[in-house]
Design a protein around this ligand. Structure first.
Ligand SMILES: Cc1ncc(COP(=O)(O)O)c(C=O)c1O
Length: 371
């Protein structure tokens, strides 16, 4: 039976904390903002909201609006990836895809579906990307673009996108990144000329709700005149409408209401660097508790993102037993994917998680694992 089809009673006397890598536990003010008003997407109030969200997204990493656009699209993170690739990669491109997990493999799949000529440099899930091999492949002159995942959520590995961007700049190759599970919490090398676009979703490190996908891209990449490969995911069309207080299709209005509030909170809390510090602290606390209980981390801490860490399953406990025991105490953890399902579990500390929640989590881990 798949995990999705199993039902486990959830504690009702407490808030359930999501430790899966998005959607996240919301702050009360974001939850309230999502449903506070009814908005028609053809009224000026909506366009003010849309403008505010676009400006707020560009402000997260101080992207200059004269050089960068934030384009909003309805859908999940995969929609952002597909929109980015279908809209910004020209027909004659040769793309090098860096794979070391599920999401790198997904990039290759999207490229295949859209008839984008691609070659994958494959590492085993969780392994490092071989930067020398990347340099050698780029030096061959065979590639015009590189596609990479920043935080490979499959295992928690943080790929070295700063070094990848430098190599791309050196060899005059364009870089497009999946930053779906890192945007707003990890450093992104926007200053590198090679970096053309990043794909983002509202419901991970930004602390919004699902339904809104975004691509931050250089204005020059939008203006390449690429023939549409999709009606609903063609970014220049969305961008053109959004620049003129319009929208081509019905957008996820309520997800935008939530994200406007979430962006305000991010700024108030000190921006992405403060979020990274907070996530690091929480991830460290979980790791410490696990270590005391004899549970080993899958990757060294310094190879992991601040967002999520993977752990070996405790001896004598299946994933389902661990998951269900924690869920009964108000915490939802996440399984490994594919062949890793029977070997690891994942804990993400994104979202609205208080110190009190963390203390409860520590007790829950102790009671389920050693109890
Ligand atoms: C790095 C990464 N890329 C892409 C996705 C796909 O996002 P979605 O499931 O929202 O389509 C995820 C989802 O967890 C992710 O972590």
């Amino acid at each position: 039976m798949g995990r999705e089809s199993r039902r486990v009673a959830q504690g009702t006397d407490m808030r359930t904390i999501l430790l899966n890598p998005g959607p996240v536990s919301l702050s009360e003010s974001v939850r309230h903002a999502v449903a506070r008003v009814d908005l028609c997407h053809r009224e000026p109030e909506f366009f003010d909201l849309q403008d505010g969200v676009i400006a707020g997204l560009l402000a997260v990493y101080q992207n200059d609006p004269a050089l960068w656009s934030a384009v909003l699209v309805g859908g999940s993170g995969t929609f952002a990836l597909e929109a980015m690739m279908a809209s910004l990669i020209p027909a004659d491109a040769h793309v090098l895809v860096l794979e070391n997990g599920v999401y790198g493999e997904r990039l290759s799949r999207i490229a295949d579906i859209h008839g984008i000529h691609n070659h994958a440099l494959k590492a085993a899930w969780g392994d490092e990307i071989d930067l020398q091999a990347v340099a050698d492949l780029l030096a061959s002159g065979d590639f015009s673009h590189v596609l990479a995942v920043h935080h490979e959520t499959t295992t928690g590995r943080l790929n070295p996108v700063d070094k990848i961007a430098s190599l791309c700049s050196e060899f005059k190759v364009q870089l497009l990144l999946d930053t779906v599970s890192s945007f707003a919490a990890e450093a992104i090398p926007f200053e590198q000329q090679s970096l053309q676009a990043v794909a983002v979703t509202a419901n991970k490190c930004l602390h919004g709700i699902p339904g809104l996908a975004m691509v931050l891209c250089r204005n020059e990449s939008l203006a390449q005149g690429i023939k549409p490969r999709s009606l609903s995911l063609h970014l220049p069309d969305w961008a053109q409408h959004q620049a003129q207080q319009s929208t081509p299709f019905t957008p996820p209005v309520n997800a935008m209401l939530g994200l406007r509030q979430a962006l305000k909170e991010l700024k108030k809390q000190g921006g992405w660097k403060a979020r990274r510090s907070r996530y690091r602290k929480l991830a460290g606390r979980v790791a410490e508790t696990c270590e005391k209980l004899g549970i080993k981390q899958w990757l060294p801490a310094d190879a992991s993102s601040c967002v999520l860490r993977s752990y070996h399953l405790p001896a004598g406990l299946t994933y389902n037993e661990l998951h269900d025991g924690l869920k009964q105490q108000g915490f939802v953890i996440y399984a490994g994917q594919g062949d890793l399902a029977n070997h690891l579990f994942r804990v993400s500390t994104m979202g609205e998680i208080s110190d009190y929640d963390m203390a409860r989590l520590e007790q829950a881990l102790i009671s389920v694992i050693s109890g």
